[in-house]
Design a protein around this ligand. Structure first.
Ligand code: C2E
Ligand code: CA
Ligand code: CA
Length: 524
């Protein structure tokens, strides 16, 4: 195929591939977004539950601290027993107690043994302005390997009650929440120690940080929680969402490819391009003069179709004629050609009996409109007594031989002539030459090419010429390029020659000038 059709083919394949890839790419993007949403949803659900739990524990702790306020003025010996009861009976509490100026005066753990707050909470006492404050701790004096949360209620000037919640309750809850998703969760009271559960997750590289980590704070207490999804888990979620949608994307991709394919077939098929080119008047006709060796003048022309694209590229006739034949567009194309010839010949000045040869495809001969097409054409030609010659290839005569023969006889009886084109290249049984109503035999230029000099024989060519004479057919030799070839043909009584030696195909305007200048010039 011609490069034009090849380029077009490449473009079509690219378009098909794109159509197939598009749904898959969209699916990747869509599932990525969907996975991010899913991760956030899961995180939100977990983090809200944890916050609720932390708030409930806080409620209880404050209630305890409030309750202890009534013991402000009682000696420790009187109340230590009750304090011990509170710490052990109520869930969550590690210890409860009373303080005076940040010194523990009475506690459920150590009774009246005084100690300072900093020692108890294993860190400096934080600065605080509010009368009630809470802080998360890494450890307490009595339990050094587990975090805790301290709640303090001050009564000016110096008295405070406190409750310490064991961090294990929060850790257990975090553990339950993160079991299926492997979260890393951090929970903090005030500016205290972050109670952490799960792996220490580094910044997530696969998904933006905003998705990987979510933060939430309580509206009621100074509690802040952070939850992080490890990248491995994020990928798992994405994969799950992807697997849900990929079958749909595949179906869509196939569907889109099929749609594109049929659209391309309809929209951009070679046949459509031909029809479009006819409409856009991209076709024209060139004419190649034929020389009569006996009279020494130009006896006529052969019409040869030309196609030039808007960008200036010429498409070879054997390419687009073959395409028109396979795409079933040869009949409209030939009708267009005939119309172009009618228009061109209106301005020609040629002597009576001028040959006008037209190439016809086998399909056209079998078409029911063929005879009418040719009659219409002949009727519109305004030249004086033109010899309209129908050039047929051997292929045209093989199929529907009898019907074709009838049509040709009819047209011959109305003044047209029939030539067999490219003779010797097809698979024509010689007997057909006898049964078909032929006037001319055009010898393919392959045989003419074989002529090297007047002395050296070209036996096949000689045989063809001999056969033509026997059958009383006039011979036209195609592709005559050298004076030696002409001399050889002349010596064997070939009457007509056509080829670059005499003239190349040219457009209608050029032909008129050429005819005026060279039409009657004898070749030597
Ligand atoms: P064809 O009917 O055998 O046309 C003769 C071809 O030989 C033309 O090529 C012409 O330009 C070329 N030619 C003429 N003299 C010489 C020469 O001395 N040396 C060489 N090397 N070539 C020469 P073109 O125009 O490229 O056409 C090629 C073929 O395309 C034609 O072969 C014909 O089969 C087909 N074709 C062209 N126009 C039409 C048309 O309007 N209808 C149909 N059905 N076929 C056409
Ligand atoms: Ca021809
Ligand atoms: Ca030919």
């Amino acid at each position: 195929m011609d490069t034009y059709f090849k380029k077009e083919q490449k473009r079509q394949i690219l378009l098909l591939v794109l159509a197939g890839l598009l749904p898959l790419l969209l699916c990747l993007v869509f599932t990525f977004i969907e996975a991010r949403k899913e991760i956030r949803r899961q995180q939100s659900a977990a983090v809200i539950m944890l916050l609720k739990q932390a708030e409930t524990i806080s409620d209880q702790a404050w209630r305890m601290a409030d309750h202890l306020q009534q013991y402000a003025t009682r000696p420790c010996a009187d109340i230590s027993h009750e304090l011990q009861e509170y710490a052990s009976l109520f869930p969550y509490f590690r210890s409860v107690g009373l303080m005076h100026n940040n010194s523990v005066t009475c506690s459920s753990a150590y009774g009246g043994k005084a100690g300072d707050l900093a020692t108890m909470i294993q860190r400096p006492v934080p600065r605080h302005e509010k009368p009630s404050w809470a802080i998360s701790l890494a450890a307490t004096y009595g339990v050094r390997d587990r975090p805790a949360v301290l709640f303090v209620r001050n009564t000016p000037p110096a008295f405070s009650s406190y409750a310490i919640v064991d961090g294990q309750y929060l850790l257990d809850f975090m553990d339950a929440l993160s079991e299926s998703h492997g979260y890393s969760i951090g929970l903090k009271y005030g500016s205290g120690y972050e109670i952490v559960h799960g792996p220490l997750v580094q910044t997530n590289q696969t998904l933006p940080d905003a998705t990987a980590t979510q933060k939430i704070t309580s509206a009621r207490y100074p509690i802040s929680i952070r939850i992080t999804t490890p990248s491995r888990e994020a990928m798992t979620v994405w994969r799950q969402v992807l697997f849900t949608f990929i079958p749909m994307a595949l179906i869509l991709s196939l569907l889109l490819m099929a749609l594109t394919h049929s659209w391309l077939k309809r929209k951009l098929s070679a046949g459509d391009r031909l029809v479009r080119a006819i409409r856009k008047e991209e076709f024209s006709v060139h004419y190649q003069p034929v020389y009569n060796l006996v009279t020494g003048v130009c006896s006529g022309v052969e019409a040869l179709m030309r196609w030039q694209l808007p960008d200036g590229t010429w498409i070879r006739p054997d390419v687009f004629i073959a395409a028109a034949e396979t795409e079933g567009k040869i009949v409209p194309l030939t009708r267009h050609l005939l119309q172009l010839i009618v228009e061109d010949t209106k301005s020609w000045k040629v002597p009576p009996g001028f040959h006008l040869a037209v190439n016809l495809a086998a399909e056209h001969l079998q078409h029911p409109g063929f005879v009418d097409d040719m009659r219409g054409f002949a009727a519109q030609i305004t030249l004086p007594q033109p010899r309209i010659t129908l050039e047929l290839t051997e292929r045209s005569l093989i199929k529907d031989g009898e019907a074709v023969s009838q049509k040709l006889k009819l047209l011959q009886s109305e003044g047209m002539f029939v030539a067999i084109d490219d003779f010797g290249t097809g698979h024509c049984a010689l007997s057909l030459l006898q049964t078909f109503p032929l006037d001319y035999l055009k010898i393919d230029r392959g045989f003419v090419n074989a002529i090297e000099s007047c002395e050296r024989e070209a036996p096949v060519l000689d045989a063809i010429i001999h056969l033509s004479h026997k059958l009383k057919l006039s011979v036209v030799a195609e592709g005559v390029e050298t004076p030696e070839q002409m001399a050889y043909l002349q010596a064997r009584d070939v009457v007509f020659i056509q080829g670059y030696l005499y003239a190349r195909p040219m457009n209608s305007a050029a032909l008129q000038i050429w005819l005026k200048e060279n039409g009657r010039t004898r070749l030597r």
